[in-house]
Design a protein around this ligand. Structure first.
Ligand code: SF4
Ligand code: SF4
Length: 104
């Protein structure tokens, strides 16, 4: 969730995907960034698979932004953010959908 400077999808002035989607972090993400364990909501047996632990980063499902989104719309754990956030493509379909929802 990071766009190149000056392009149409500049993440530094946005944060829509961090407000619109239910983001889950995996155990491997929390090993890299311990604040995920401290501030996320632990969900055991994520997707019904025993032993598969995940952390929900939304305090209230679909009602609140990710706990790591700061008031200035930047990510508080950007360098150690979850893999799901690393894979998110600025300008991709989900990005454009988040920005559309955010305008409503
Ligand atoms: S919605 Fe798109 S432009 Fe906005 S922060 Fe997310 S990836 Fe970046
Ligand atoms: S961890 Fe950072 S990049 Fe990922 S959803 Fe939360 S604020 Fe956005």
């Amino acid at each position: 969730m990071k766009g190149s400077e000056g392009d149409e999808y500049d993440c530094e002035n946005c944060g829509a995907c961090c407000r619109c989607y239910p983001i889950f972090a995996q155990e491997s993400d929390s090993a890299r960034e311990p604040r995920i364990r401290e501030e996320g909501v632990r969900c055991d047996d994520f997707l019904g698979e025993e032993g598969n632990v995940a952390y929900r980063l939304f305090p209230l499902f679909r009602k609140e932004a990710c706990v790591f989104l700061k008031e200035d719309q930047l990510c508080r754990i950007y360098d150690t953010r979850p893999d799901a956030c690393r894979r998110f493509e600025p300008g991709g379909e989900q990005c454009r959908e988040a920005r559309r929802r955010d305008e409503k």
